[in-house]
Design a protein around this ligand. Structure first.
Ligand SMILES: C[S@@+](CC[C@H](N)C(=O)[O-])C[C@H]1O[C@@H](n2cnc3c(N)ncnc32)[C@H](O)[C@@H]1O
Length: 283
């Protein structure tokens, strides 16, 4: 028989080398919230309670997968993003806190406009598109991805959360000029250089889809260049573009947009002080 206190000690002993004590404790709280709807305080108050055999087996399975470096979000098959519970599978990137900051910035900046036409390029789980649809009054959301498997997850998230989004399978790298229809284009495209792979944590490297993450070393701005060019034809006059970027290429992304004629180009830091967002206005 195992108490929750024993469970915590077991998790710290097994996972400490991979995640450290704080992250291990946070993961135990997250799975206990999922399994028992207990807060961190509930876990502390109930630390001397015994687990049922069923719960003990369930936690043991989760611990095994965590020690194989499977991310908690894939194990539980869900994550929270901007207050919404999203279903996830290994076909989609796990949405990140910095992307929540991108969504928050767009919602704050665009709040006064009603009925915006918004395009999300590389939608993955649909995190950005669904959150913008729910956060911008009367907005019309379209979301593209090259991956049919990602689009299936994104569609189910949109249905689950009651967000009407039009999903389309498209390869943004092969599109020519389009009609001017969008007020806003947003994208968190693949932006990690292949050479950065060596410095990434193993559970990102081996578990998340390469298609969502990597660009060739000699073309770090591949997607930004293509999407910015597409914006010149497909954004309405004064239409806005918002990018999540690789913090190492802030200046270069700004310069690219300015060379294409965009104005009001700004580089915005995330809450850790890293340049992670670029916004600009179509000429
Ligand atoms: C960094 S992930 C972002 C996912 C999601 N928007 C988020 O912020 O969590 C990039 C996404 O772009 C998609 N993608 C990769 N190449 C693409 C292409 N050529 N055209 C359209 N989408 C592409 C991937 O499938 C992936 O879902």
């Amino acid at each position: 028989m195992q108490t929750y206190k024993d469970l915590k000690n077991e998790w710290l002993a097994v996972l400490n080398n991979y995640y450290g004590p704080e992250e291990t404790h946070a993961m135990l709280c997250r799975v206990t919230d999922y399994r028992r709807s207990w807060s961190a305080i509930d876990l502390l108050i109930n630390q001397d309670q015994y687990l049922t055999t069923e719960d003990q087996n369930w936690y043991a399975d989760v611990l095994k997968e965590l020690s194989q470096l499977k991310p908690i979000q894939y194990i539980l098959g869900e994550t929270y993003f901007y207050g919404h519970c999203l279903t996830l599978s290994r076909d989609v990137l796990i949405p990140r806190p910095e992307t929540e900051e991108l969504v928050d910035l767009i919602i704050k900046r665009e709040a006064s406009a009603v009925g915006l036409n918004v395009l999300d390029i590389g939608t993955g789980s649909g995190a950005i598109a669904v959150s913008l649809k729910l956060g911008l009054t009367g907005s019309h959301l379209t979301a593209w991805d090259i991956s049919p498997k990602a689009l299936r997850i994104a569609k189910s998230n949109a249905i689950q959360l009651g967000a009407a989004v039009c999903f389309e399978e498209k390869n943004v790298l092969t599109l020519g000029p389009q009609k001017a229809v969008w007020d806003v284009i947003v994208s968190n495209p693949p932006y990690v250089c292949m050479s950065e792979k060596a410095h990434m944590r193993a559970h990102v490297l081996t578990q998340e889809p390469d298609l969502a993450l990597f660009v060739p070393d000699d073309e770090p701005l591949l997607f930004y260049q293509k999407i910015a060019e597409l914006g010149l034809s497909s954004l309405l006059p004064n239409g806005r573009i918002y990018f999540e970027i690789n913090a190492a290429f802030g200046q270069e992304t700004q310069t690219l947009l300015m060379h294409l004629g965009y104005h009001s180009v700004s580089l915005i830091n995330d809450s850790y002080g890293k340049p992670r967002i670029v916004s600009a206005v179509r000429p």
